[in-house]
Design a binder for this molecule. Structure first.
Ligand code: HEC
Ligand code: HEC
Length: 373
């Protein structure tokens, strides 16, 4: 090695050291402020075309859907940058192949810790207006998206650090500019990140190609005898020869979802003190709400095992058996939970009917998958 090469190397080391010490001590964010005004900001509204039978999809006034907003949300949702050690993203627990659930009874976060609850399907989540999570404790997707980042049993990152990473990232400043028109990197905030994720979640729409929709709305298919019988059991059609399994009291409308919280008899309790998870009661504090949970959508239910808020049932057969048995006693068990006396044929028919609600395609297939692959 000649002298000049050595000097070049030493100079390089000097520059690098200075750069990294500035990184460590450089708290003055204005040093990092980069103007984005050269990048075009031309938001294009995204109009959702909902499948027939679905409610109206309404976005908050301050977060209308745009193509670039959805695109940014999609990048964030799938990006492991969201977790403290860059190993997990939202998609780790909300997997496209599993209708945006994971296959665990209770989800495991970045530190190997798990909570008490089963991951929930995000399919058609934009139509959910009755509170998010199993206990409905959060109202909007914008509020919800802020939470997993810092949750110690989920991504366990810090928003301050994550926002810093996003501001310095090679792609995100441009994506935030295009989505929200920010003028410089300091405009990147957790609130805008959450808004973008919420926009992405609103277009996770599925069900239009389910057998159920083909039969009911498109007239391109017909139910088998078993599926038809299952529908009779599920929805009280007034046919006195068929048992009313009461399902549609709590799972109804185009999304087969409840608009309230119910105790569906999962655990015996006399005074609620032995319940491991108070569900809605943990939010309101009222005894009458303890052990009540959201009645989730049954769209895509065949691909979201295991089932219930704690993932206690591995199969839909077990779920049907639970309802057939009349469940366990508690003071607030819903009156529609009762012994059903279903025959084997009835049980199979219910299962066959539930299967017609599955649709593995998406309304906007080109927008839902991982953009980093
Ligand atoms: C470690 C696994 C895990 C990660 C990571 C995770 N989630 Fe979840 N998600 C869950 C679990 C478990 C629930 C149910 C929690 C509850 O009811 O308390 C849930 C519930 C939700 C819900 C409510 C759905 C409904 O039907 O009410 C939304 C929306 C959601 N997650 C979005 C996200 C987003 C967005 C991210 C990334 C920013 C994310 N999740 C990251 C496990 C996870
Ligand atoms: C009284 C209201 C009520 C009735 C009646 C009812 N359900 Fe439910 N269902 C719920 C609630 C609440 C949950 C979530 C409970 C929990 O996890 O603690 C649930 C959960 C489920 C799940 C699991 C969902 C998931 O994502 O894990 C399935 C499947 C299901 N119900 C099917 C049915 C069928 C089939 C019937 C009729 C035989 C029925 N339900 C009747 C309220 C009801």
């Amino acid at each position: 090695m000649n002298n000049s090469t050595l000097y070049i190397i030493l100079f390089g080391v000097f520059i690098l050291t200075c750069y990294s010490c500035e990184e460590e001590t450089g708290n003055d964010e204005s040093n990092d402020l980069i103007s984005l005004e050269d990048i075009e900001y031309n938001p294009i509204a995204f109009e959702v075309d909902s499948p027939p039978g679905y409610p109206l999809l309404v976005s908050p006034d301050d977060n209308p859907l745009t193509e670039d907003g959805i695109n940014l949300g999609r990048h964030l949702f799938y990006d492991p940058i969201l977790s403290v050690d860059s190993t997990m993203s939202c998609a780790s627990c909300h997997d496209l192949q599993l209708s945006f659930t994971d296959a665990s009874a209770t989800s495991i976060g970045v530190d190997g810790l798990s909570g008490m609850r089963n991951s929930m399907s995000l399919v058609n989540i934009g139509y959910n207006y009755r509170g998010l999570f199993w206990d409905g404790r959060v109202q909007t997707l914008e509020e919800q998206a802020l939470l997993p980042i810092e949750d110690p049993i989920e991504l366990h990152h810090s928003w301050t650090d994550l926002v810093d990473q996003l501001r310095r990232h090679e792609d995100y400043p441009r994506l935030f500019r295009k989505a929200f028109g920010i003028t410089n990197t300091e405009g990147i905030t957790k609130e805008l990140a959450a808004k973008a994720i919420a926009q992405f979640e609103r277009i996770l729409i599925s069900g239009g190609n389910s057998k159920y929709n083909k039969v009911k709305y498109l007239n391109t298919d017909v139910f088998t005898d078993s599926e038809l019988h299952g529908e009779d059991l599920f929805i009280d059609t007034g046919d006195s020869d068929v048992i009313d399994a009461e399902c549609s009291h709590c799972h109804n409308g185009g999304l087969f979802m409840g608009d309230d919280f119910f105790n569906n008899g999962l655990d015996s309790t006399a005074d609620y003190t032995n319940l491991l998870d108070l569900g809605r009661g943990g939010v309101t504090g009222f005894d009458v709400d303890k052990g009540k949970f959201k009645a989730p959508t049954l769209r895509n239910i065949t691909i979201t095992a295991p089932y219930m808020h704690d993932g206690r049932f591995n199969t839909l057969d077990e779920v049907i058996e639970h309802y057939n048995s009349g469940g366990h006693p508690a003071p607030n068990v819903d009156q529609n939970i009762k012994m059903l006396n279903l025959s084997d044929y009835d049980k199979q028919a219910l299962l066959d009917f539930l299967s017609t609600l599955t649709d593995t395609t998406y309304k906007y297939p080109e927008l839902v998958s991982n953009p980093h692959n």
